[in-house]
Design a binder for this molecule. Structure first.
Ligand SMILES: *[C@@H]1O[C@H](CO)[C@@H](O)[C@H](O)[C@H]1NC(C)=O
Ligand SMILES: *[C@@H]1O[C@H](CO)[C@@H](O)[C@H](O)[C@H]1NC(C)=O
Ligand SMILES: *[C@@H]1O[C@H](CO)[C@@H](O)[C@H](O)[C@H]1NC(C)=O
Ligand SMILES: *[C@@H]1O[C@H](CO)[C@@H](O)[C@H](O)[C@H]1NC(C)=O
Ligand SMILES: *[C@@H]1O[C@H](CO)[C@@H](O)[C@H](O)[C@H]1NC(C)=O
Ligand SMILES: *[C@@H]1O[C@H](CO)[C@@H](O)[C@H](O)[C@H]1NC(C)=O
Length: 526
């Protein structure tokens, strides 16, 4: 999930609103069945991440990740003072999870491996066979059910021993990540053919290393954030090239990375400065990670390089806070992906600003120089960073498609997208959200010619949402965190998503019929 990040500090005063929705140029459909359908080769899936659902934090020989350690040491770090020790207890209930995934009819399940479940201390000198067996069984059962496992190697749960010497800010971790990836490819490469190296390096580096939003809250603003970004990119390239050389000829799998981005909408689309600010934002937050991998020329985008060099110089640094790649590294990174995994949740209105009260100096946000605010008309059914603006997904996909020619040849997968609320199974907001965003995706595919080949909803079930603990719900399935069995119940959005997956079209009236309702869009009840 995309998590709070700096957006959280940008609390917009939300007006109570009814059905008014600012569309900014895109059609809104509220009834009927979409005329477009998702192509036959389009893959539908659901997503999860190990730390957010598994629990079993010290069972079966698992070692500690920084999320275990930090939350035990700082029990009030999360909103509800909970931790991930049990979470949705998928360590014990994974067969129920598979039944749920089957019931949705999806073709794929995106999940992550907990590094310290198979390598308890992070290093490959000792492989924990109980952990190995857990994931092997999971992959076998998924394949039996005709569900393709899509596996993330790193979804933020850095082994604690590595975090003690800096995590991703220490380039040595790249070697250990390569060792871990090799172990995973050897163990599971016969079953897993779609790998994702790192989940959202942008969000992870900014919120963990640059701010104090994600554990262990290092707050190395403007410096640590770029060391982390740089090393995450290098680690990705290292693992991609290693797979290419040692495993791909035989295993024939695909490897990529998951990048995250909100959409940046110019506050005033007729003001060239706002238009430029939006472009600058996207280059600094998405281009910084996408350009080295997907552009023809490689390396950081020229604008990003120049901007951070300038800011560093003006601030009296004798070197740029953004490290440099060697020519060899530029080459290793360029083209190091067989597709793009793209996570998207929300949109902000952007305009230029040299300084805002919430920014630290130096920082990624200060370097970017772009003010972010939400449109007061946008809905916000869950936490205070997730504003609903469905056309954002279409625009973001178009930005990616138009910035990097490579997407004429390799596809884009939406590896996460979803909506949050504060609970319950009658989740009309989420139903609307999926309908509206997937409709925008249909337009991106059919009217804009974007090469999008898959969509993974975040998330399969309610989970541990990092700093939000269990207060924020993203699931298609409700999880009763008060029950020792962590009982799972389908929400309306699960039935709705299942119908989209089965029919490959969006039926805007499906849930209304299912519930015998006569209304169009439900009023916000929160
Ligand atoms: C499908 O096309 C018809 C005819 O153009 C149009 O009236 C209708 O609104 C469309 N339905 C949707 C859901 O886009
Ligand atoms: C992991 O590290 C701890 C502490 O250094 C050590 O006691 C333990 O033996 C190590 N475990 C393995 C499996 O290497
Ligand atoms: C960097 O500084 C130079 C010299 O002041 C200036 O010409 C250039 O426009 C700046 N570039 C960026 C991206 O800020
Ligand atoms: C994608 O995320 C947005 C939040 O920005 C949400 O409104 C939308 O419903 C999501 N789309 C889908 C199809 O899940
Ligand atoms: C938990 O599951 C077990 C086994 O299915 C069942 O016997 C028990 O009643 C359940 N407990 C609760 C509180 O639901
Ligand atoms: C439609 O639903 C509303 C409440 O949701 C109710 O007040 C109204 O009577 C219903 N109308 C019909 C024709 O069923």
């Amino acid at each position: 999930m995309w998590s709070s990040s700096a957006v959280a500090s940008n609390r917009a005063v939300l007006l109570t609103l009814s059905l008014l929705q600012l569309t900014r140029g895109s059609p809104v459909v509220t009834s009927g069945v979409s005329n477009y359908s998702f192509p036959d080769d389009f893959i539908f899936g659901v997503s999860s991440a190990a730390f957010q659902i598994e629990g079993g934090w010290n069972e079966g020989g698992k070692g500690e990740s920084i999320w275990d350690t930090y939350l035990h040491d700082h029990p009030t770090f999360t909103l509800d003072h909970n931790n991930g020790d049990v979470a949705a207890d998928s360590y014990h209930h994974y067969m129920e999870d598979i039944e749920m995934i089957k019931s949705l009819g999806v073709q794929a399940y995106r999940m992550s491996i907990s590094w310290t479940r198979i390598l308890p201390n992070g290093t490959d000198n000792y492989i924990n066979q109980e952990g190995v067996k857990y994931y092997r069984t999971m992959f076998e059962e998924l394949l039996k059910a005709n569900i393709t496992p899509v596996v993330t190697l790193f979804h933020w749960d850095m082994p604690t021993p590595f975090m003690n010497f800096g995590g991703w800010t220490n380039a040595k971790v790249i070697d250990y990540f390569e060792d871990y990836a090799r172990v995973a490819f050897k163990l599971y490469g016969d079953l897993v053919k779609m790998w994702l190296t790192i989940n959202e390096p942008h969000e992870n580096c900014e919120s963990t290393y640059g701010l104090a939003v994600l554990a262990p809250a290092l707050n190395s603003h403007g410096v640590g954030v770029y060391l982390c970004t740089h090393n995450s990119l290098l680690a990705h390239a290292r693992v991609y090239r290693m797979y290419e050389k040692e495993f791909k000829p035989e295993q024939k799998g695909k490897v990529s990375i998951v990048l995250d981005s909100m959409w940046g909408e110019p506050k005033d689309p007729n003001n060239p400065e706002d238009v430029q600010a939006a472009e600058n934002y996207l280059q600094m937050h998405l281009g910084m990670l996408a350009h080295p991998i997907f552009s023809e020329e490689g390396d950081y985008p020229p604008f990003v390089r120049e901007r951070i060099n300038n800011m560093s110089r003006e601030q009296g640094y004798s070197r740029s806070r953004l490290p440099y790649f060697t020519d060899e590294e530029v080459k290793a990174l360029r083209g190091s992906a067989d597709f793009l995994g793209l996570n998207h949740y929300t949109t902000q209105l952007l305009s230029p600003s040299p300084m805002e009260p919430t920014w630290q100096v130096p920082s990624l946000y200060h370097d970017t120089g772009v003010k972010m605010e939400a449109d007061p008309l946008w809905r916000m059914p869950g936490p205070d960073w997730l504003f609903v603006y469905p056309p954002g997904l279409r625009k973001l996909v178009n930005w990616v498609q138009n910035n990097y020619k490579i997407f004429k040849e390799i596809p884009i997968f939406i590896t996460e997208n979803g909506s949050s609320d504060f609970g319950g199974t009658e989740d009309y907001e989420r139903v609307n959200y999926y309908n509206d965003y997937l409709y925008q995706l249909l337009l991106a595919i059919h009217e804009d010619g974007c090469n999008v080949k898959g969509y993974f909803s975040w998330s399969l079930m309610d989970d541990f949402e990092w700093t939000d603990g269990f207060t924020t719900k993203f699931g298609l399935f409700y999880v009763d965190f008060d029950s020792p069995n962590r009982t799972r119940t389908p929400k309306l959005s699960a039935y709705n998503y299942g119908n989209i997956v089965r029919t490959r079209r969006i039926d805007f009236d499906y849930i209304k019929r299912l519930k015998g309702l006569n209304t169009t869009k439900q009023e916000d009840s929160s």
